[in-house]
Design a protein around this ligand. Structure first.
Ligand code: SF4
Ligand code: SF4
Length: 87
């Protein structure tokens, strides 16, 4: 079962060269190379739609500026605070 998503990624398929570095480096394995081709004739990276932790590893290993953007979701502070108050 995939972990709860704590992040999201957006891939600009026309900037992606399909090198696969992000796919290999993603710890929860929520990236893959798409079956379709982009304008470069490459299979661009694609996000599974869930499981991203927002770690940013894919962003740092991507050699193409603007190909991948990582969004981190805010921490669930309200849940943590109510839990802390009940113990
Ligand atoms: S931010 Fe981390 S978990 Fe999310 S897609 Fe990139 S490498 Fe995978
Ligand atoms: S590392 Fe960058 S260029 Fe390579 S497949 Fe992933 S998004 Fe595309």
């Amino acid at each position: 079962m995939m972990a709860v998503s704590r992040g999201n990624v957006k891939i600009n398929i026309e900037e992606c060269k399909g090198c696969g570095l992000c796919v290999d480096s993603c710890p929860p394995k929520c990236l893959s190379l798409a079956a379709e081709l982009n304008a470069y004739g490459a299979h661009p990276a694609a996000y599974a739609g869930e499981g991203c932790t927002g770690c940013g590893i894919c962003f740092y290993c991507c050699p193409e500026p603007g190909a991948i953007t990582v969004y981190r979701m805010p921490a669930p502070r309200a849940v943590e605070a109510s839990h802390a108050a009940s113990v």
